[in-house]
Write a protein that binds this ligand. Structure first.
Ligand code: MSP
Length: 617
């Protein structure tokens, strides 16, 4: 009864975005569900820190690759904490034991004859860390990556090659014996067609890249970042390898299916490891019909959604809105609509309604209920049906479907209350009122079991308020006599207008400025070089900022939201010609620009290559 599951390890060339959060949330929901079913679960996530992509990004920012990775890892870990992700280990490919093991496996494959030296020329995409196919489109004599649209670079290298071509037959055999190896089915078909079309040997070292694991016997070669990264799934288990391998589930996005469903099993076969049991491939979150990615520049920061709606709401939306495997379109409008409809109006409303009545009529302790009537029996029977449907969907990783069944049932609790009208029987007919409230509470209690993996924090609060802790989630185990307590509003309704108020206000006021007005603003890039505290000011920092040709000081209200480490070295946009003012005895010589969401500042990012003093217009 062990279950080992993984997320891809994320590149550290930028902060995590909603796409990354999606993969990790799916993993966490599955991990919690499996734990609930009694499995001994190991959930691995981490970061992919080597390779040309990271090396180039770090160079652009004027940092070493390792310090860029160190900085970014904090953002990933913070986000996983804020999203309530319960991982068992966070692997970084720069960890010593990982580097050693990968080098060892590389040498072992080489001595077995699976790796040989040759030379390779081709168009290389640094964004995808992959050679593009010969028929990739061209622009001005340069090949364009068909996956991400980046310009590629022509490189000729003496490389080590992995004999991928030898694995065509064994792979096809494996797929035949394990037709559900990749889920969904259409991705399995894609993989099979890819392998059937024939495979060339794979170049698995680079000399044009300086940041990675050196081949021990030929250190001018760096091990290809994908070979390095995929083995995290083995090294990340450290002492627990024997216990947890083979992996039960790799969760990945569809863009990296070939790496996981073709190259990875081939590497494993060559190295003599058992193969993964299943790969679950999800689709992309799109914004304005394009894949959300750092490269396209249309990324959404999950933090803003968490701050405004809570982690549970985001987790719910990600799983409910699309079927795993298909793409989903993200918009704030659809997020708020679903939040209001499913969470505020249904789940939140049912819970608060039922608890309020239990408190009002019985001080929170239901008395002995009267006999079950038809409507009550129907609720009980419907639960058994719902439970079977939800279970089947969850077991197949069809969470959107499972949640749809679950919410149909939650809606039926609301309807049940409308039909039975416990507010009419109230204290006058305590037996009947108690039966109705008990039925509603049992329905909430049982549903909570399946809401839990998706929304652990809200479910925890519900179970606590209805005093259901440590009871197994069966209908009859929840009885009258429990001590029901009041509960905070779980999902306060969000006014769309309120959320978009800044935009709306601007629209309404039509308070245009003309270009001359705007030109008066002296917006410039500055770099924060020092951060100090101001005595007795719990919101303010005193910042020293490098403006290119001079330094100046700013007093900024960032203390509650940013640590000095997050600020030092960061580039910001400064209104440099703002009339200086004195704040807490310090002159503030300008103001920095930040997005304001419910009073919380989000500093604007300035690309790494822009020097301090640059004009912003
Ligand atoms: N480092 C490799 C993975 C190595 S695993 C041995 C990598 N990293 S990544 O940071 O680019 O992407 C990691 C995961 O995030 C992938 O599963 C990818 O599909 C997912 N997403 C990135 N953008 C996405 C969306 N816009 N939507 C959904 N998920 C996407 O690839």
């Amino acid at each position: 009864m062990k279950f080992y599951l993984t997320t891809p390890i994320y590149y550290v060339n930028g902060k995590p975005h909603l796409g990354h959060a999606y993969t990790t949330v799916i993993g966490d929901v599955i991990a919690r569900y499996k734990k609930m079913k009694g499995y001994d679960v190991f959930y691995l996530t981490g970061t992919d820190e080597h390779g040309g992509k990271i090396e180039k990004a770090a160079r652009r920012m004027g940092k070493s690759p390792k310090s860029l990775a160190d900085e970014m890892v904090i953002y990933f870990k913070d986000l996983w904490r804020d999203l309530n992700i319960e991982y068992d280990f966070f692997i970084r490919t720069t960890m010593d034991f990982h580097e050693k093991k990968v080098a060892e496996i590389f040498e072992a494959l080489r001595s077995k004859g699976y790796i040989y030296k040759g030379s390779y020329s081709g168009w290389y995409c640094y964004n995808c860390e992959n050679f593009v196919p010969d028929d990739a489109p061209e622009e001005d004599g340069v090949k364009i990556c068909p996956d991400c649209g980046s310009k590629t670079e022509f490189i000729t290298e003496e490389n080590y090659f992995f004999k991928l071509s030898e694995f065509q037959k064994p792979l096809l055999n494996f797929y035949r014996k394990n037709p559900d190896f990749v889920q969904p089915k259409f991705m399995m078909n894609k993989v099979v067609s890819f392998v059937e079309a024939g495979m060339k040997d794979l170049s698995i070292t680079r000399t044009s890249v300086g940041w990675g694991i050196n081949v021990p016997s030929d250190p001018s070669h760096i091990i290809y970042v994908w070979f390095d990264a995929l083995f995290n799934y083995i090294t990340g288990l450290r002492g627990e390898f024997e216990h947890y391998w083979p992996v039960d589930l790799h969760i990945i996005g569809k863009d990296i299916i070939i790496f996981h469903a073709v190259y990875w099993p081939a590497f494993l076969m060559a190295a003599g490891f058992e193969l993964p049991k299943k790969i679950l491939s999800h689709g992309w979150w799109l914004v304005n019909k394009k894949k959300m990615s750092k490269h396209t520049g249309n990324v959404l920061a999950p933090q803003i959604l968490i701050d405004n709606f809570g982690a549970d709401a985001l987790r719910y939306f990600l799983l409910r809105e699309t079927t795993i495997g298909l793409d989903g379109n993200f918009s704030h409008e659809s997020f708020i609509e679903r939040y209001n409809a499913d969470l505020a109006n249904e789940l939140g409303n049912i819970v608060s309604r039922t608890i309020t009545m239990a408190l009002k009529y019985f001080g929170g302790v239901l008395p002995a209920p009267g006999p079950e009537e038809d409507k009550d029996v129907e609720m009980r029977k419907n639960w058994l049906e719902t439970e079977a449907e939800v279970k089947e969907a969850y077991d197949n990783y069809e969470f959107s479907k499972g949640l749809t069944f679950l919410w149909d049932y939650l809606r039926s609790i609301n309807k049940y209350l409308v039909k039975t009208e416990p507010w009419k029987t109230g204290r006058k007919n305590p037996k009947r009122t108690s039966r109705v409230l008990l039925t509603a509470l049992r329905a909430i209690f049982c549903s909570s079991k399946f809401v839990y993996p998706v929304m652990p924090s809200s479910t925890g609060k519900i179970i606590k308020a209805i005093d259901g802790e440590n009871l197994d989630f069966s209908w009859d185990r929840y009885k009258e006599g429990r001590k029901i307590k009041s509960i905070e509003k779980l999902f306060p309704r969000i006014g769309k207008e309120e959320f978009f108020k800044e935009e709306t206000k601007m629209e309404e006021e039509k308070n245009y400025v003309n270009i001359e007005d705007f030109r008066k603003m002296g917006l410039k890039v500055g770099k924060i070089i020092e951060v100090s505290e101001i005595e007795n000011a719990d919101k303010l920092y005193l910042l020293k900022v490098d403006m290119g040709d001079h330094q100046r000081q700013l007093v900024a209200g960032l203390k509650q939201y940013y640590s000095p480490e997050e600020l030092i070295g960061r580039k910001i946009v400064v209104v440099s010609n703002l009339k200086p003012v004195k704040l807490r005895g310090y002159e503030s010589q300008g103001m920095l620009l930040a997005a304001d969401i419910k009073g919380k500042p989000y500093l604007l990012d300035v690309p790494g290559e822009v020097p301090p003093g640059s004009i912003v217009r």
